[in-house]
Design a protein around this ligand. Structure first.
Ligand code: DGL
Length: 264
């Protein structure tokens, strides 16, 4: 595999753009491909079997486009599908995501950590194992956030309706004494400004996009796959109406970009 081949990144929708931004910032010489499976969003309420099937389809698509590595820029898809991808493509570096329990456990002063994530992530065995491993000395309070991903998909990052929805998720975590909140879904960094306005300034908000970008860098370096550039224009696909994604690109990606249709 040539080192100037692109990195393939996918998510259930536009949330993985929060990870793609970090990869672009850390690795500006890399060419990037991004697929938003917005035709099937949200993954958070779907079965692991369904999500695994989508992961297989999206990974195969990206590899056919020439991807040298895969990033599952979705916590929910990672718990359901990353093991299968590593088994299917043992020669391809595959990076997944998980809620930042370890850094949050190190950061909390109150000893109570809140996790905002999808239902699928929170009820997975992988998440239970993460708590077993890193959360013995802290209390972890979890909060599923149904409906939030849909608002972010629509580019609604700050309306009164989004604020009310988010307030309803955050208030119980604050009442439990959480001083550290984990954004355990790649869509949520986009509502960080709104979230910051709803919590006291002392509350720490932790997400994993930058750590994932560093892991991509490590794996590429280990496989001698880091590109020296120049990077091609980032290519985007959506399995929902491409115009919907195009409309939110300025807010979520920082610039306009053409989006192609991914059928199925
Ligand atoms: N962005 C995804 C995650 O990180 C999931 C959103 C969804 O429910 O589709 O978990």
């Amino acid at each position: 595999m040539a080192s100037n081949a692109p990195i393939g990144v996918f998510d259930s929708g536009v949330g993985g753009l929060s990870v793609l931004r970090e990869i672009r910032a850390l690795l500006p010489h890399e060419s990037l491909l991004y697929v938003a499976d917005s035709g099937h969003v949200p993954y958070g309420e779907k079965s692991p079997e369904f999500i695994r099937e989508r992961c297989g389809f999206l990974a195969e698509f990206l590899l056919k486009q020439g991807a040298k590595a895969l990033v599952v820029a979705c916590n929910t898809a990672t718990v359901a599908g990353v093991a299968q991808l590593r088994e299917l493509y043992p020669q391809v570096p595959v990076v997944g995501m998980e809620p930042a329990v370890k850094p949050a456990a190190a950061a909390t002063r109150s000893g109570v950590v809140g996790v905002l994530a999808t239902t699928g992530t929170l009820k997975s065995a992988k998440f239970a194992a993460l708590l077993d491993r890193f959360a013995h000395d802290v209390r972890v309070v979890t909060q599923p956030c149904p409906g939030l991903v849909e608002r972010i998909e629509a580019g609604d990052l700050s309306s009164a309706a989004t604020r009310d929805l988010l307030q309803g998720f955050v208030a119980p975590l604050l009442a439990e004494g959480c001083d550290t909140l984990i954004l355990g879904c790649t869509h949520y960094p986009f509502i960080k400004p709104l979230l910051s306005s709803l919590v006291p300034p002392s509350i720490q908000l932790i997400d994993t996009g930058a750590a994932v970008a560093r892991q991509v860098q490590r794996l590429l370096a280990a496989g001698d796959l880091l590109s020296s550039g120049p990077a091609a224009a980032t290519a985007f696909w959506s399995s929902a109406a491409p115009l919907n994604m195009q409309a939110v690109m300025p807010a979520l990606w920082g610039q306009t970009a053409p989006v192609k249709a991914l059928l199925r």
